[in-house]
Every structure is written in C-alpha cells, then in structure tokens.
Write a protein of this length. Sequence first.
Length: 153
Amino acid sequence: MKIKALGSLFTVPAVNLILLLVIVTVVLPGRAEAPNKYSAEFRAFFADFSAAVRANDKNKIADLIAFPVKDWSVERKGNVETISIPTKAEFLRKYDSFFTAFMRAHVPKTKPQQISDDHYSLIWRDSNAEFSFQFEYVAGSGFRVTAYGIGPW
C-alpha cells in the first residue's frame, strides 16, 4: 500500500519508520526520569563506607553513622534484638558486637538499592533471614548509616 503525502509517494513501512523516529526523538526523552540530585553524593559516601568496612576502621565507620541510632539489630545466641545506640562512644565501646565480621563480609559484595533520592538500602539474604543497612541523607552531614536490621525472609 502506498500513501501520498507532501507531494511524494511513501510506503506504509516508510511512514511507520518516520513515526517511530519522531516518537523516539521527541516524545520519549520528555518522559525520562529526572536525575537523582544526591546520586553522586551517595556514590562517594558508599565508596568511603565500603573502604572503611574493608579496612575494619571502626572510627571511620562510626563517623559515617547518624547517632543516635533508633533501630540496630544485634544477634545474641541465636536471638535477634533491635536496640538503639545513643552515641558514637557507645558504638565504639561495643563495636565487635554491633558491627560483626559477618556484616563486614557482606558489604563489599552487595549492591545498594535506591529507595528514593535520599534513601538507599544494602540488602542481603541467607537461608532464613534478611539483613539490611539503611542509608539516608542527613541535612548538613550528607549520607549516613541510619539503621541495621535483621528480619525473617
């Protein structure tokens, strides 16, 4: 089938191709999501956090946490309890129970997930539990760890 347009003869496939090009170049770019205003800042924060975890630098890790922390899960003798950590000093005093080798082993091999512009999660699972760090943008400080959770999966 041929269509006469603008004084020329076009085939239906040619018209379809022209319409597709118009959609791709004009309509779709307007529908793209706006870039995340904090994405570059989060990447820099997460690189610092990952480096501190790999080095087991408890002071640097503590600097990257927003205190007081309301929800921090700890596992003791097979039981999980969610506690608060009021201060950096408290975190450092109990570092080995608050930030375990198990946690440090999973950070480098887990990819963060964006929840919103100012909230990311790092989630991994084992056979019966889900573990997660929450990272949120804190005005005046940038991204910080705001929670660590352990829950059923």
